[in-house]
Design a protein around this ligand. Structure first.
Ligand code: 6R9
Length: 666
């Protein structure tokens, strides 16, 4: 375990005017205790800072009963109104909202396509699109749609247009396969799918529309597919009667079209976002509007300390929750200028990001440990000589940050002087819950920690019995509801209770291991379940296993996450073949490719190990924990439940063989 003793004080004091400041960890803790002793009053005071069409009657209601909490009940608002309309009546009207760069560069390495949208541009684009969606597609409040778009400005524009109408959207990461897309379209019963012809990634043309066509073969109920011409491909197949070009949808819509924002109830679902769990298919996490926007407002202020002089850059993809909260709704609601880009961090060269930081003078950087480790690997020469002097706050998210990566980024990007935190949260929480909050307190940093729970957040670490533990590994829980918390699982409320509220009574179970140190800092160590984070992307080992067993050669499979120096974790699959199939290099390659096809490239197993049996309990449950111990070369621990000891010997042998093979290749 790498809990650092080091306390790094901030060199500069960061002072906020509009929020309470504290100067010591003790005064912060006092504020925190007060905030969680009355969460309703505390969060109501934060929510007041949003603009509501109608104030709420009750701050918090359990409806019909816990854990189905609803925030700001009776209140009415609109997320699109908060993110765009509010700014255009102020001096921010012509302030830049989004600076976007496409992937292709000219010979000197400068981007060929740059788009800059002001808040007024955004307002007009959102209104025109909402107008067309309402009048031409007939979508209304409560309808559901799926979005399968790359990182282009049309993605946030569309999300805001749909939010304006109260249409519930589900964004599917553009790296997911046709099968994964189909599952999500079907589960959400989407009437319309929005996509693009293609986009750039590492110099390759990724043809998105083809994937949509394949996916929709199993989802005939989809009425319309709207296609944005990102690449102007000449050979995009369009199905008559179903498919329509984005520009055609917009044709005839006046430049000054206006759609009055739907005044939705606070608990109206803003979106569904599918995420992986321990078992079963990905679940649709449903977020509300009022609580969600309140948490984003608070965290943009406390954690990122956003000011009008900032150039903010969250490097995530909007296909994941980080992008929803901290590229689309959070920053735009706060009226910041932000950067958005298409492509990969290290293409065409490993200093692509640093050129972006320099070009726009980025002041706040929100990024991931996996990206930092990738850059570390390329070596200091790629960062040396770049100008990072504008950066004043750095945060990371997605997985624990190892102290080495933290130090490297703090040294180069943070010039050993800026606040640098690791914000803990998850799709289910809606926004950041545990973090250094430079906007609130000058709490000393410790490389690798997540810091203290934010105000109004009753997070703790508990043992198997649900009792608080300090200095020892336990489970991360949230003991009181918070605004931004998921409403339910789409179409499966019982599963919501079972997954999150059944492990410990009256506590939200996050599924993470964590340690609370003597100062009260929380160190999230990783998942306590079958979820893995590959380059920060959340995947269920169960999904990868299902993909493998859907191949004709596979009888059974067990997937575990193996630690990886750059990606954090990578999936490794133990595979039992069906009779008539035998292990071979070719089959290995075929199976890896199969998983890419079924789920997407991020899920491809790094290794496949052929065995004749898997370690199981007497009741037939696969003991993945033991396989993981084999992979990391650790003692097995308790094996009393194991049915057949030889299964472990076999796994170990397969792993040793593979290691020898890999050594031989070097
Ligand atoms: C935002 C996001 C959630 C899981 C979560 C945890 C891990 C996220 C972290 C972190 C340590 C951090 N995680 N941030 N672990 N330190 N700063 O990543 O959401 O994709 O749903 O994943 O990610 O394991 O449970 P999501």
């Amino acid at each position: 375990m790498s809990i650092s003793e080091e306390n790094l004080p901030y060199k500069e004091r960061i002072v906020l005017n509009s929020w309470p400041n504290t100067t010591s960890i003790d005064s912060y803790k006092a504020m925190h205790s007060k905030s969680i002793s009355n969460i309703e009053d505390f969060w109501a005071n934060v929510a007041k800072e949003l603009e509501w069409f109608k104030p709420w009657d009750k701050v918090l209601v359990a409806d019909p009963q816990p854990p189905f909490y609803k925030w700001f009940v009776g209140g009415r608002l609109n997320a699109s109104y908060l993110a765009v309309d509010r700014h255009i009546n102020t001096w921010r009207k012509n302030k830049l909202a989004i600076i976007w760069e496409g992937e292709p560069v000219d010979p000197s390495g400068n981007p060929i396509e740059v788009r800059k949208l002001t808040y007024y541009d955004l307002y007009r684009e959102v209104n025109r699109l909402a107008f067309a969606i309402r009048d031409k597609l007939g979508l209304r409040k409560g309808d559901t749609v799926t979005i399968y778009l790359p990182m282009i400005p049309e993605l946030p524009i569309l999300m805001l247009a749909l939010a304006r109408l109260g249409v519930i959207f589900s964004v599917v990461f553009s790296g997911f396969s046709a099968q994964a897309l189909a599952d999500r379209v079907i589960d959400a019963k989407s009437r319309v799918v929005f996509t693009a012809d293609a986009f750039w990634r590492r110099g390759r043309v990724i043809r998105l529309k083809d994937v949509v066509d394949e996916a929709l073969r199993n989802a005939q109920f989809v009425e319309r597919v709207v296609v944005y011409r990102r690449m102007n491909l000449k050979d995009t197949p369009m199905k008559p009667g179903r498919d329509i070009w984005w520009d055609e949808l917009l044709s005839g819509v006046p430049a000054n079209a206006y759609v009055k924002p739907e005044e939705v109830e606070s608990e109206h679902p803003l979106y569904i976002l599918y995420t992986s769990g321990t078992t079963g298919k990905p679940k649709g996490i449903v977020h509300d509007t009022g609580g969600y926007m309140t948490l984003l407002h608070a965290t943009m202020k406390w954690v990122f300390d956003v000011k009008d002089t900032d150039v903010y850059w969250c490097t995530a993809d909007i296909g994941w929750v980080t992008g929803h909260s901290y590229i689309v709704f959070g920053p735009l609601m706060e009226g910041v200028t932000e950067v958005m880009y298409e492509g990969a961090p290290d293409y065409p060269a490993p200093d692509r990001w640093w050129r972006i930081v320099e070009r726009y003078g980025v002041t706040i950087l929100y990024t991931s440990p996996t990206a930092i480790r990738t850059f570390m690997r390329y070596g200091d020469d790629w960062v040396k000589g770049h100008d990072f002097s504008t950066i004043r706050i750095i945060n990371s998210v997605g997985e624990p940050i190892n102290p080495e990566a933290w130090r490297w980024a703090w040294r180069w990007l943070g010039r050993e002087s800026v606040p640098f935190g690791s914000t803990w949260w998850m799709t289910e929480t809606g926004g950041i819950l545990i973090s250094h909050a430079p906007g609130l307190a000058l709490i000393p940093m410790k490389p690798g920690t997540n810091g203290l729970p934010l105000l109004g957040v009753d997070a703790d670490v508990v043992d198997d019995e649900g009792r608080p533990v300090q200095g020892k590994r336990g489970y991360l829980v949230i003991k009181k509801p918070w605004p931004g918390m998921m409403l339910t699982i789409w179409g499966d409320p019982n599963r919501y209770i079972q997954v999150y509220w059944s492990r410990f009574p009256d506590m939200f179970y996050a599924g993470d291991w964590a340690i609370k140190d003597e100062d009260g800092y929380i160190w999230v160590l990783g998942r306590a379940d079958e979820v893995i984070k590959v380059s920060g992307h959340r995947l269920g080992t169960y999904e990868i296993e299902s993909a493998l067993v859907s191949h004709k050669a596979v009888a059974e499979s067990a997937v575990v996450g193996m630690p990886d120096l750059v990606k954090g974790e990578v999936p490794v699959a133990f595979v039992v073949l069906r009779a008539g199939f035998s292990p071979s290099k070719e089959l290995k390659a075929e199976l890896r490719n199969w998983v890419r096809e079924v789920i997407g490239p991020i899920a491809e197993p790094a290794e496949i190990l052929f065995v004749t049996k898997l370690p199981k309990t007497r009741s037939g449950k696969i003991m993945r924990r033991l396989l993981k111990q084999v992979l990391i070369g650790q003692p097995l621990g308790d094996t009393t439940a194991l049915e057949d000891e030889t299964s472990i010997d076999e796994a170990r042998k397969a792993y040793e063989e593979l290691s020898r093979e890999l050594m031989g290749q070097r």
